[in-house]
Design a protein around this ligand. Structure first.
Ligand code: ASP
Length: 343
């Protein structure tokens, strides 16, 4: 019965679920005892906060977000607080301060945020400001627009109190100079595979949270693909590609080669698949399969990962390649999981 109830998605059934839940609580029974499974297929219940985010470093970000959620704070505040942790970390070379630069040595940041009312804000190619996510939130709250890009985004940030910073750390600068010696630039997806050591390096943080009221919000922030063309914008600041939140259904975020995610409007697709009744993991898998079907040969060489949270509290993830991990924090789980993958 529990399983069936977790799969229910439409409004009428949610009312029924809430009613049954109240009856059970009144009867002194916790019908929906929280369960965590290694595959993350269901982990928490409606009205219990949960936060999930991409990659191992999501664990520290989740811990910061949890401080907001556990005291009844809003999911929007939680995701902003959470992703600011990797943004400020100089050792994280794919997000915020210390991020790897573009091919011209400039660190440019992409970020977006979306709340339970479908309000959203975004910045693309933002320079000189560590907390791109906070600038994105200001775009949402202080302008009639959704997205500001390039110089306009940076100017907006300064006008709203952000101080000019140098985001290029000595470590990222040294690596960029080493890359410049060969600078085998291809204006396509897999440039990061060509980093010294052939290391795959896709480290955007995408975070989704549900607060005590059952409201969802999400945030996504990155310095994008290392050594990208000047002006290149990935999926991460694009509402519907790198992040999408629908408070009636669920939310999704992505990491990996942004061009592939944009082509299928990935995060929106995952949410729509959940609306049709797929579990978060199954929805992420279907989106990944769509990327693979478009170009099966190329799909074997690039990484894309999706992470999703259903309104019921279920979460799941799926990636093209092995190696994508995601972190979960709720009342009884604080863990990093390896996402299943197509290859
Ligand atoms: N999705 C990001 C981008 O394409 C990069 C990443 O997640 O590694 O800019």
């Amino acid at each position: 019965m529990l399983l069936i109830l977790f799969y229910m998605s439409d409004r009428r059934k949610f009312v029924k679920l809430s009613f049954l839940s109240s009856v059970a609580l009144l009867a002194g029974k916790n019908l929906f005892a929280r369960t965590a499974k290694a595959d993350g297929e269901f982990a928490t219940v409606k009205d219990e906060p949960v936060v999930i985010s991409t990659w191992d470093f999501g664990k520290a970000a989740n811990a910061a977000a949890w401080e907001v959620l556990k005291t009844g704070g809003r999911a929007l505040d939680a995701v902003e607080t959470g992703v600011k942790v990797p943004e400020a970390d100089p050792d994280n070379q794919s997000v915020g301060y210390g991020g790897r630069p573009d091919r011209d040595g400039k660190v440019t940041l992409d970020a977006c945020i979306m709340d339970e009312n479908s309000r959203c804000g975004s910045v693309a190619c933002l320079e000189h400001v560590t907390h791109a996510i906070s600038v994105a939130r200001m775009v949402m709250e202080r302008t009639p627009h959704v997205m500001l890009a390039g110089e306009g985004a940076t100017q907006f940030a300064f006008e709203n109190g952000f101080k000019k910073e140098n985001l290029l750390t000595a470590k990222s600068e040294a690596e960029w100079k080493a890359w410049l010696k060969e600078s085998k630039y291809k204006p396509q997806n897999n440039i990061e595979n060509m980093m010294p050591g052939g290391k795959l390096n896709h480290d955007t943080i995408g975070m989704i949270a549900m607060d005590k009221k059952g409201d969802l919000s999400g945030a996504c922030t990155t310095s994008g693909m290392a050594y990208k063309m000047r002006g290149r914008v990935g999926d991460s600041p694009i509402i519907g590609a790198g992040l999408f939140v629908d408070n009636e259904v669920g939310a999704a975020t992505s990491t990996g080669v942004g061009e592939e995610v944009i082509r299928i409007v990935g995060a929106h697709l995952v949410v729509e698949l959940m609306r049709q009744g797929l579990s978060p993991q199954a929805a992420c898998k279907k989106a990944v399969e769509r990327i693979a079907a478009r170009n099966p040969k190329q799909a074997k060489e690039v990484q894309v990962g999706f992470l999703a949270l259903h309104k019921s509290g279920k979460y799941g993830a799926f990636a093209l390649q092995k190696g994508f991990s995601y972190a979960v924090k709720n009342g009884n789980v604080e863990q990093v999981f390896d996402a299943p993958s197509l290859f």
